[in-house]
Every structure is written in C-alpha cells, then in structure tokens.
Design a protein around this ligand. Sequence first.
Ligand code: NAD
Length: 481
Amino acid sequence: MTRVLNYINGQFQPALSGATIENIDPATGRVYGSLPQSNERDIEQAYDAAIQAFGSWRETTLEQRSAILYRIADLIEENLEELAQAESRDSGKPLLLAKTVDIPRASSNFRFFAHALTQFSSEAHESVGKNSINFTLRHPIGVVGCISPWNLPLYLFTWKIAPALAAGNTVVAKPSELTPVTAFLLAGLCQKAGLPAGVLNIVNGTGPSAGQAIVAHPKIKAISFTGGTATGAKIAGVAAPMFKKLSLELGGKNPNIIFSDCDYDRMLETTLKSSFANQGQICLCGSRIFVERPIYEKFKIDFVRRVSELRVGPPSEEVDLGAVISKDHKQKILGYIALAQKEGGNILTGGQETKLEQHPEGYYLQPTVIEVKDHLCRVNQEEIFGPVVTLMPFDNEEEVIEMANSVTYGLSASLWTSNLDRSMRFGQRLESGIVWVNTWLNRDLRTPFGGVKSSGVGREGGFEALRFFTEPKNICISYTP
Ligand code: NAD
C-alpha cells in the first residue's frame, strides 16, 4: 500500500482530521493506497508555514535559488525510474510515456526556470524631457496556490511550482486526488535538494475540500489552476471578488485540420499520437479531425486500420494505450460514444470497453473513431477527454475555419499543409492560443502556453509565468538636472 502524506513546513504528516481517501489503480480497479483528505485547517497550517518561509526565501540570491532548483531537476532525473513507475501506476498511462515524456518534462520544468530566473529582469523607462526615470520592479507575490489535474500529474504540477518558486514566492500546492503519488515523492526530493522548510507545501485532498480552501484563503494572493472549464469557472467565482491574480488553464476541443497537400505519412503518424496519446487524455489532443475531401476516403481507411492495430493493455507492458483514469471517467466516455450513435454518428472502429483477462476490473477502452455528419453535434462540441476522435470531410478553407472555430474552446489547433500562405492564413484566423503547423505537442518552454475562450485566462511558460508570479511596481524618480 502506498500511503501518501501531506508535506507541510518540511514535515510529512496526515490530514489534521485524520481523514483519508482511497487511491485506486486504474489498471486493476483496486485500491492500492491512501492519501489525506485535507480541509481548511490543513491549508491554514500550510499557509502559516509558507508565510513564515517567505521572508527568507524572497531574499535568497538568484544564484542560491537557481542552484536549489537545478538540484531538484537533477534529483528528478536520477529518480526517473521510480517516478515513472509511480506515475504510470497512479494514472494508468503507459510506463514508456511516463519515462519518455512526463518525468523528463518535470525535470526540464525545474531546469528551465532555474535558468530563466537568472535571465529575468526589470525594466526602466526614461521619461525624456521630463527629468524623470521609471524603474519597474518585479517582486514575488507572497504565498501562492497551485492546483493541478490528473492527466499529466508531475509534468503539470512542476510546470506551476517551478516558476512560482523561481520568482521568489512560497507555495501551497495541491495535486489531483486521483494522482497524488509523484507529488509526494517530489516533496522528498525537494527536501533532499535543500529547499528550506515551508517554501513548498503540498496538501492533498479533493477539490471541494482542500482545493476550495486554497482558493478561498484570504491571504493566498494568486492561484494558478489547470483543470476542467467548469472547475475554472467555480474557482474564478470565489477568487475574482477577492481580487486574486488568476491563471486558468482549462479544457479543449482541438481541431486537427488535414489538407491534401500535406506530407501524408508524417501526418498519419502524428495524428495517431495527437488522437490517442495518454488515452486521449491530454488537453492538447486533436479530438476533431477535419480532412480535405480529395483524401478523405484514403485517410479514413488508413487511419482506421492503424487505430485498430493500437495495443490496449496494462500500462506496465509495451502498449499504446493504458487505462483511463477512473471508473466514472470511463462511464462518461462511454456515454459520449452512445450519444454519438444517437446523434447519427458512425463508429468506424472501437466504441467498446476492452476487457483484459488479467484485470477485468481495469478501466480500459478501445481507441474510437466516429464519423460525424454535423460539426455542431454534441460529441463534436463538448470535451470528452478520452480515446475518442471525430472525423469529417471539408471542401474549402472558409468552411473548415468556420467549423474549427465553432466550439466554445480555443486551446490548440493543428494544421497539415505544405502551403506556406495557407499556414499563415490559418495561423491568423484560428481561434486558439497555440497553432501547430505540420507538428503536434512540439513545445519550446520559452513560448506562451494557454488558451482563449473557455480554454482559459492567462499564459504559462517562459517569462509569462515569471510575470504572473510577480507583482510589478513602478517607481518614478524625478530629478533636478
Ligand atoms: P478538475 O477540474 O476536475 O480538477 C483539477 C484540479 O482541481 C484537481 O486537483 C481537483 O481536485 C481540483 N478542484 C476540483 N474542484 C475544485 C474546486 N472547487 N476548487 C479548487 N480546486 C478544485 O480537472 P481534472 O478532471 O483533474 O482534469 C481534466 C481537465 O483538465 C480537462 O478538462 C482538461 O482539458 C484540463 N486540462 C487542461 C490543461 C491546460 O493546460 N489547458 C492541461 C491539462 C488538463
């Protein structure tokens, strides 16, 4: 049994109430551990530790702070095997994915911000002719809250924590209650790296209990949240009237637009990944595939054949798809597949649970491709967040831009074409925070990351994140010439 504990003021401890939640292994459907069910008392204690630590953490020199963050990055790398095993077990994702994507990226997040903090600088504006000069200082905010989801657990947790710490804040953070283990292991690594007690506090529990208490805490001044759009709206409802700084990275329903002039083989390989990586549970997955009419039938045959060959199985083995996160989520996805059929959609492959003999209670689903007739049907509009994609043909640019932009979301979009002018036209007109041309999930950590419309508010990444986690203060000095 894996017993996760809170990490507050450098100490590992259960919830003050003693309450726990069961942790379930998605691959088997069995309980394999527990985590604290924390509430506002635990958050208060974490806040006290964080505010206590803030005074000295904000005064550490950039070199000292950077060195500690580099050490954390190194320790993540040194413990890659253990962390990847834990991530795969906790979330159901294939072990290979955890080893090659999740954990390396968690280390890169710390490494990136360890360096970035030494390059981040304030600005000065000389008011020429007015004998005045303005200095804009960027001070850390104080104690900030970071709340992350289950789909890329350590990857997204560290994507918030690293810049928050780099900017000189102290942190009260909560991983998803469905995937708490790697955050727990990270706490041990931070301790080993010499991160002072209270600088990072990790509190576990459900959203309505521990998460809500972070958001509602009157002295936690900024909230960085990644998760569902409905949760984001709830959080904004609590935090906005308290004038907290908010970064919200929310859901997506991303278009994958394929033109006949694309590099077909490259597109097909990448589209398999952008559709089904991590069982389709990546906010950036291209869940709506639009294919230009001349290659539509060919694509349909090739894609469906390749999808039906994908291996679904225990995440610890060499598989393409592991288990989805929970029983509820599995049911939700199956509900959308049933709805698609009611709406006149045609299931081209998949559509069922995969029952594994060795793990009959695990949460496995076949990768599913649904041909839809109407881009406005619900399965084409609502986020399913599972191994399900829709397929539709299109005839011209105007039509596909209209269909791509028809959803309330606007996180990312992929375009496949060899026409440079077209890629610029689409880049300008697609309503999303990120547009990939002839690629997918191609990330440079310096670039702004985030969505428009219901996909969120604010940007993470690079200096954008350091700006979010600092408060600008302008000092204007008038001098006698
Ligand atoms: P979720 O919104 O249910 O939960 C996310 C986190 O918020 C969890 O830690 C949860 O405990 C907490 N939470 C829930 N209710 C809360 C409340 N009232 N107050 C404070 N915290 C609360 O999302 P999820 O199911 O864990 O993740 C899936 C969603 O995340 C999908 O919609 C996906 O698109 C989105 N996502 C977005 C991005 C992005 O960068 N835009 C990245 C990954 C996932």
